[in-house]
Design a binder for this molecule. Sequence first.
Ligand code: ZN
Ligand code: FE
Length: 256
Amino acid sequence: MTAIFPIPALRDNYIWALHDDHHAAVVDPGDAAPVRDWLNANGLTLAAILCTHHHHDHVDGIRELAQVYNVPVYGPRQEYIADVTRAVGEGDFIELPFAGVRLSVLDIPGHTRGHIAYLGEDFVFCGDTLFACGCGRVFDGSLEQLHHSLRRLAALPDATRVFCTHEYTENNIRFALLCEPGNVALQARQISAQALRAEGRPTLPSTIALEKATNPFFRCDQPEIMRNVEKHLGHALSSRDEMRVFAALRAWRNTF
Ligand code: ZN
Ligand code: FE
């Protein structure tokens, strides 16, 4: 059976491992040691490495793993990552025969300008573009790209499981509650996230449905969010179109 397991790495990264009883593919190995330990502990062989963008906490473990296991390394066509052997982009497919899985590649720029996601039948590896109750910062992509990419992810089926790369959920929820204190689903999410973290468990994966109900960056059309953005700014937005609200929200989050 295919499962997706979080290997904790660095300070707050998850290296997601899609595996069966014999093989695994890992996403964004920012460190090789925890991946090797996990593979060894479970008697698994590495079959592929998938990478979403060029940041060091997503790529620094690739070289060592690729040398030990000699596997294909997939990564974004529009970014330079030294050890990528299969550059991919929008419209490409990746077969993981050991798991009976076919992934399609989506271009979701914004956090970085070539950021990609890997979409399976009912799950997505979205790197640092979408977080539980939040989204990535803009580095070498643009705010417009990030907004567009999040809208694309929001349009995936509700049941799609969302595998983000960082455990930022509790902090993101605290910010989201400033934006939308009256959101009952968000209040409930804070309680469940706190309970999971108190037991040392990941708050991930999320789902597209849960993000649509609680993630302020998916909810820029909500009057309560618009009002609180304006309250934070101390003046009315020149327009309440979604992109304007999104930009103000992202800027606010950067100072939170
Ligand atoms: Zn990043
Ligand atoms: Fe990251």
